[in-house]
Structures are given as structure tokens and as C-alpha cells.
Design a protein around this ligand. Structure first.
Ligand code: MSP
Length: 512
């Protein structure tokens, strides 16, 4: 198996200080769609998600609930596992940083960095934000009402303690050279520019251990220290492939093809992580893609405002696949976006129920009624056919091209344009009238529409797996003929099709 047929993608591992919300569901959804697409394209895929369970933030959250941190993390981690199942994510593994395999990997990575002279013991004195689990420079701090804040809005506290340091400053030029040689390492471009200017403004060595709390992986040889939670957390991406055992079967998936992250955690993934890896002599991931943040009806989402969006409630109300579709369709991946019920309802009604749903329903009902429920054969070709058939045959490649840039919204727009074309084509060809005038042409028209629907359902599977399974069932496509390669082989004429039933429900507008 050649290396280009393997694909490794990851989500961030989620903090277990609180229950899952829309932001968590969103990052994982994008990764899930790409994982499914790659599998369908014949790749061996490894898709990883999990939970980030160490650090002061989690320790404090457990304390606030009067719980032992391990019992607390067991409970919250399970909520993230349940969310993954509820959202139909196809992750191949779910990692927890409190697992033994992970402690082993962190310890090994630490030792390797130490052996290579990348770690030294010193003192840390500076600003730390527990909420971000991040250190900030003095020039980044602002003050309001006597309280100091990080640029993220998180309160910071002055920390002074003995600490191990990673020689990050020494990696500045090599990082800049790396970004230069790999223009697609950080996407989108805006994030890449931010990272580069941050690195150019000068890196300082990074404090990578803490002594003021206990909930973490112990530093080998100096157990008064626990590892800085971001060093611990980032290592999860290699733990899951068997590190430090580079003969492990899964190790062939390294380096990762894409780490999906939110824009708030780009710095860790695009600066610290490649520096740690280069310093350890390990290959660096191919891409870090940072998506934007959702607001709720124009407002910043926050627990104190009480406008947190619960993905499970949303799915209960509107259905899983419509929600999966909407989240990736509404906002260009990489941009910030606003969640509004009105636009959700509009999109579901117009794009799913009207465009795709109606096209399927009209075509399949006509085949049921006029062709005795059997797939008609195409007759002589007509100059009008190319308009539809060319767009259909180009579709998989056009979707691939968009997804190779993580442009989920563009992939969906390209799919949508074929579904709109199908509707205008059926209106122009009028197969319902041809029944009386030209049976052979009617059969051809329905056959071509069936071909279009099969392609649409096939490429939409990663976005809406359950609904597209039903659609492919209705189209009479056997289970083994649902990947991209199978599209090259037409279904046999005369294939029996079950009676159709609607795929999408129209949603009534809610009172404002
Ligand atoms: N534990 C770290 C990641 C470690 S990865 C080695 C962490 N966890 S988190 O639970 O706080 O956040 C996880 C993801 O949720 C981030 O990618 C973040 O961007 C995303 N989101 C949190 N709120 C969000 C929105 N309102 N909108 C979109 N995504 C957001 O960070």
C-alpha cells in the first residue's frame, strides 16, 4: 500500500471541564465528513478524537463539584463519547489523556526532548490563564477593574514557580523556514499570516511543567512537576498511533494529514507542536486547518449569557442529517458564522426538501408509475442530455477538489448546483408529458435523472450518511456499489426499485 492512499485526521481533544456544545460538535463533524469521503475514495483512514483530561482547569472543575478528578473526567469524557455516537461520527479511536498508553507516550517524548538538549530547568514568572491553559507575554495583557486579562478575554494570574523549559526560541528561524516551504501547512491563509507574524515578533522559551497542582503526567525523574497540559495534550496525536513504538502497526499513519482545530488553538498546533516534533526528530503534520467560531443569533456564545447551543437538542428538533448538512453548508469553513434558526429552516426547506427531496420524489414516482418500478434503459441520445450528464460526471472530482481544501461549503454548493440543474432539467424535459408522445424519450429522461440522483446521493453520503443510505436504497443501488469508483459502472437496466418515500420533511416556520 503506497503512502498516498493513507489518511490520518484528528479533532482537538476536548476539555472535560464542561459538557459538549456546538463548537465541539462542529470540529468533529468536519473531520467526520472528510474521513468518510476519504474512505469512500479508497483510502485507509484513521480518524481520531478524544478528551483532554489533565491540567488546572479540569482539576478546578472537579474540585468545584466536590469530585475526585478521575471520577469526574470518567463522567464527562463519557458525555463526549456519547455525543460522537449521537452525531454518527465514524472515529476509529477515542483517546483519553488519562490512559496508560498516553502517559507512556508523553514520558517517552519528554525523555527524547531532554536527551536532545531541548529541555532545561529554570523558573517561570509570568501571566497564566487557567481558562486557556496558556502563558501570555506582558505586552498581551490588558487590565479592567483591577483584574488582568489575556487577549482571549480569559483572566490571568501571576505565576512564579520552578519550571522546565522547552527551547522554543531556538526554533524560530526553522519554523519560519518550514512555513515558507509548506505554504499549505496552516490554513486558511489569514491564520497562516497571523502565525507567521507572531513567530516573527520573537519566540521565548516555553514553560512546560508546573509544580502548583498535581493533576497531570509526572515529569520523568522529577515528580514534583507535572507536564504542561498542552505538551501532554498535543502528544495525543502520536500516542494513538502507538508512539513511542515506531514499529506499531498504526505508526504508518504518521504524519497526520490534517489536524482540525478552532481558530483559538492555532498557536499551539502551528507553533508549539511542529517545534516539539522537529526537536524530537519526528515528522511534522501536513496541515493544521483552523475553523472559525459560531455565534448564536448574532451573540457571542457564553455560559454566563446562557445561549450555549446544545447539539443534541438541535438534532432532536430538526433531525441529525439536516443539522449535519446545515452546519457545513451555512458558513464557509474557516470563517466565523452565525447560527440562526430562521436560516436553518430556510436552508433545510429550500435545499433539502425542495431541491434534492423533490427531485428524488418526482423522478422515483414517475419510474414507479410509468416504468413499472424498474429502472428504464436510456435510448438514443439527445442534445439536451449533455447539459445534465456532463455536470453529473464532473461532480465527484469537483467535490474532491473542494474537500482537498477543506472547503466543505463549496463542496456542498457544487452538489447543490447539480440538484438545482436536475430540477430545471426535469421541468424542461417534462417526462410526465412524454408518456403520451414518446415513451422511449421518457425512459431516457428518467434514466438520466436516476443517474444524476445516484451521483448526488453517493457524494452526499459523508454529509448525511443515514438519509443517503435510504436514498440509495430507493435508487436500487446495491450496498457494494456506493463508493466513488462504483459510479463508473451503470446499474443494470431493469433493476427493480422499491416504492419511494419522502427523504426530508419540510419544517414549518416557528413563531418569532
Ligand atoms: N483541550 C483543548 C484542545 C487540545 S488539542 C491537542 C481545547 N479544548 S476545548 O474543549 O476547549 O475546545 C475544543 C474546540 O471547540 C476548539 O477547536 C474550539 O475552537 C472549539 N469551539 C469552542 N467554542 C466554539 C464556538 N463557539 N464555535 C466553534 N467552535 C468553537 O481547546
Amino acid at each position: 500500500m503506497t503512502s498516498e492512499r493513507r489518511y490520518y485526521l484528528t479533532t482537538p481533544i476536548y476539555y472535560v471541564n464542561d459538557k459538549p456544545h456546538i463548537g465541539h460538535a462542529y470540529t468533529s463533524l468536519a473531520a467526520d465528513v472528510l474521513a468518510r469521503w476519504k474512505r469512500m475514495s479508497g483510502y485507509q483512514v484513521h480518524f481520531l478524537t478524544g478528551t483532554d483530561e489533565h491540567g488546572q482547569k479540569v482539576e478546578k472543575a472537579a474540585e468545584a463539584r466536590g469530585m475526585d478528578p478521575q471520577a469526574f473526567t470518567d463522567q464527562v469524557s463519557q458525555a463526549f463519547r456519547d455525543l460522537a455516537a449521537r452525531m454518527n461520527y465514524s472515529n476509529d479511536d477515542f483517546i483519553r489523556t488519562t490512559e496508560e498508553r498516553h502517559k507512556r507516550a508523553c514520558t517517552a517524548l519528554w525523555k527524547r526532548l531532554e536527551e536532545r538538549g531541548e529541555i532545561y530547568l529554570g523558573h517561570y514568572e509570568g501571566w497564566y490563564a487557567v481558562r486557556d491553559e496558556a502563558f501570555y507575554g506582558p505586552d498581551e495583557i490588558t487590565e479592567k477593574d483591577g483584574q488582568k486579562f489575556a487577549p482571549t478575554g480569559a483572566p490571568v494570574e501571576w505565576v512564579r514557580e520552578p519550571s522546565y523549559f522547552f527551547r522554543l526560541a531556538a526554533w524560530q528561524d526553522r519554523l519560519l523556514a518550514f512555513y515558507d516551504e509548506h505554504p499549505d501547512f496552516i490554513m486558511p491563509q489569514t491564520r497562516r499570516n497571523e502565525v507567521i507574524s507572531f513567530v516573527k515578533s520573537g519566540l521565548t522559551d516555553l514553560s512546560i511543567s508546573r509544580t502548583s497542582f498535581k493533576w497531570g503526567v509526572k515529569v520523568p525523574g522529577d515528580e514534583a512537576h507535572v507536564m504542561y497540559v498542552w505538551l501532554d495534550a498535543l502528544t495525543n496525536y502520536i500516542t494513538a498511533l502507538g508512539y513511542p513504538d515506531e514499529n506499531a502497526d498504526l505508526w504508518r499513519f504518521w504524519p497526520a494529514d490534517v489536524h482540525f482545530v478552532g481558530k483559538d488553538i492555532v498557536r499551539f498546533h502551528a507553533i508549539y507542536w511542529p517545534a516539539f516534533l522537529m526537536a524530537a526528530g519526528l515528522p511534522v503534520p501536513r496541515r493544521v486547518f483552523a475553523h472559525g467560531w459560531w455565534t448564536n443569533e448574532g451573540q457571542k456564545i457564553s455560559k454566563s449569557v446562557g445561549n450555549v447551543i446544545d447539539p443534541v437538542a438541535l438534532v432532536e428538533q430538526y433531525g441529525l442529517d439536516p443539522v449535519r448538512f446545515f452546519l457545513l453548508r451555512e458558513v464557509p469553513f474557516g470563517n466565523d458564522g452565525d447560527f440562526s434558526r430562521k436560516s436553518l429552516i430556510q436552508r433545510l426547506n429550500s435545499e433539502l426538501a425542495n431541491d434534492l427531496g423533490n427531485l428524488a420524489q418526482r423522478t422515483l414516482s414517475l419510474i414507479q408509475r410509468n416504468c413499472d418500478g424498474h429502472l428504464p434503459a436510456a435510448g438514443a441520445s439527445d442534445p439536451a442530455d449533455a447539459e445534465l450528464l456532463d455536470a453529473v460526471s464532473a461532480l465527484p472530482e469537483r467535490v474532491e477538489e473542494a474537500l482537498s481544501r477543506q472547503a466543505f461549503h463549496e463542496a456542498l454548493e457544487r452538489i447543490q448546483s447539480v440538484s438545482r440543474l436536475g430540477n430545471s432539467w426535469i421541468d424542461a424535459q417534462k417526462p410526465w408529458s412524454l408518456k403520451k408522445t414518446d415513451l422511449e424519450r421518457m425512459a431516457s429522461v428518467l434514466r438520466h435523472l436516476h443517474t444524476a440522483l445516484r451521483a448526488l446521493a453517493t457524494v452526499l453520503q459523508p454529509f448525511m450518511p443515514d438519509t443517503m443510505t435510504r436514498m440509495l436504497d430507493q435508487l436500487g443501488v446495491p450496498a457494494e456499489a456506493r463508493d466513488l469508483a462504483a459510479l463508473a459502472t451503470p446499474l443494470p437496466d431493469g433493476t427493480a426499485l422499491p416504492p419511494p418515500s419522502p427523504l426530508f420533511q419540510k419544517i414549518q416556520d416557528e413563531p418569532a
